[in-house]
Design a protein around this ligand. Structure first.
Ligand SMILES: Cc1cc2nc3c(=O)[nH]c(=O)nc-3n(C[C@H](O)[C@H](O)[C@H](O)COP(=O)(O)OP(=O)(O)OC[C@H]3O[C@@H](n4cnc5c(N)ncnc54)[C@H](O)[C@@H]3O)c2cc1C
Length: 292
């Protein structure tokens, strides 16, 4: 299908983009276009103006500094997947980018667009919840930092105000003895998740769980933080019983709908199974000499 008509704008700087967004009626931001363009083609959106921020220089960096991993607005899933910094310290992100769509989509789709879209079926919201990320946004009033727990408001609804641009994500650098993993069940390669689970664990020097972050994909009307599952692990030795209790608590936190990907019961059970497996893999990585 062909998208409806719109006026196309390609600003060369963030200031120019913000000025355009402030002056145009009915404008939509585009980064990689991998969710926006399908929505236009399906007539789920028909903005009069598109402000393509994809040519703004300086927004495509992945760098560790000041205790954070900074992911610029134009970092693609492919760049994330190929980053040595990500591979070394944030394998949960590489796990996720590898199972998003297909290489053609991943070459264009941005990580920030994945978050800004507010789709609970997208994979990166769960990893950002598990990692305790923050969203950095710029609007007419200047810059603000939004904790990821305050960002998702519902189906395709986020904390972003009209005309506000996500300029990046920042993720606290995990402490020593940390590990994370993302697991996704999909009907076929490239599909959205039947269910997905992100787990990020930090161990203390005695091998107990110092911090647990668990995020769930496509198991409710918004990305879900499985707080009770995190609490079931925190302060505990990571025994099979503790992991099983956390997995059940994660399943109990879900609110899936029955569709062609499965029944409510099936999706809940998959949330339980995947939470157990993702937590076990995160623990293995946390205990490995190089961490990750
Ligand atoms: C065939 C196909 C399969 C897919 N499979 C998956 C999958 O398995 N898992 C998955 O997670 N996703 C999947 N997607 C969706 C897509 O990959 C993600 O949503 C993508 O990361 C969106 O990023 P983008 O840069 O393309 O955003 P765009 O499409 O440009 O924008 C998406 C939305 O976010 C807003 N937006 C984008 N960037 C910003 C910004 N910097 N600031 C403010 N608002 C912004 C736009 O206004 C728009 O509303 C798939 C897409 C396709 C086409």
């Amino acid at each position: 299908m062909i998208p409806p008509n719109f006026d196309y704008h390609a600003p060369g700087s963030l200031d120019e983009a913000l000025a355009l967004l402030g002056s145009l009626d009915d404008a939509k931001i585009m980064s990689g276009g991998q969710s926006l363009l399908p929505m236009l083609k399906l007539r789920l959106a028909s903005p009069a103006n598109i402000v393509d921020i994809g040519r703004i220089p300086g927004l495509d960096r992945i760098e560790e500094r000041d205790g954070f991993l900074h992911i610029g607005a134009l970092v693609t899933e492919t760049a994330l997947e190929e980053s040595a910094t990500v591979a070394a310290g944030y394998p949960i992100l590489r796990d996720a980018s590898r199972v998003i769509a297909d290489p053609l989509v991943r070459n264009r789709a941005t990580v920030c667009g994945n978050i800004a879209h507010g789709d609970p079926a997208n994979d990166q919201p769960a990893t950002m919840l598990a990692l305790g990320a923050e969203v950095v946004a710029r609007g007419p009033e200047g810059e603000r930092v939004i904790p990821i727990d305050d960002f998702f408001h519902g189906l395709f609804m986020t904390a972003l105000a009209d005309g506000e641009i996500v300029t990046g994500l920042r993720i606290p650098t995990p402490p020593e003895r940390s590990g994370g993993a993302y697991l996704k069940l999909e009907r076929k390669v490239g599909d959205y998740a039947v269910a997905g689970v992100a787990a990020q664990i930090a161990l203390d020097e005695n091998g107990r769980v110092a911090r647990a972050g668990i995020g769930l994909t496509n198991l409710g009307f918004a990305p879900i933080r499985a707080s009770a599952a995190e609490a079931a692990l925190t302060g505990e030795s990571p025994t099979e019983e503790a992991i099983a209790a956390a997995a059940q608590a994660a399943a109990d936190a879900t609110d899936p709908v029955a569709d062609r990907r499965g029944s409510v019961e099936y999706k809940r059970n998959m949330a339980r199974v995947l939470t157990g497996r993702a937590t076990a893999r995160a623990l293995e990585r946390a205990a490995a000499p190089s961490g990750g």
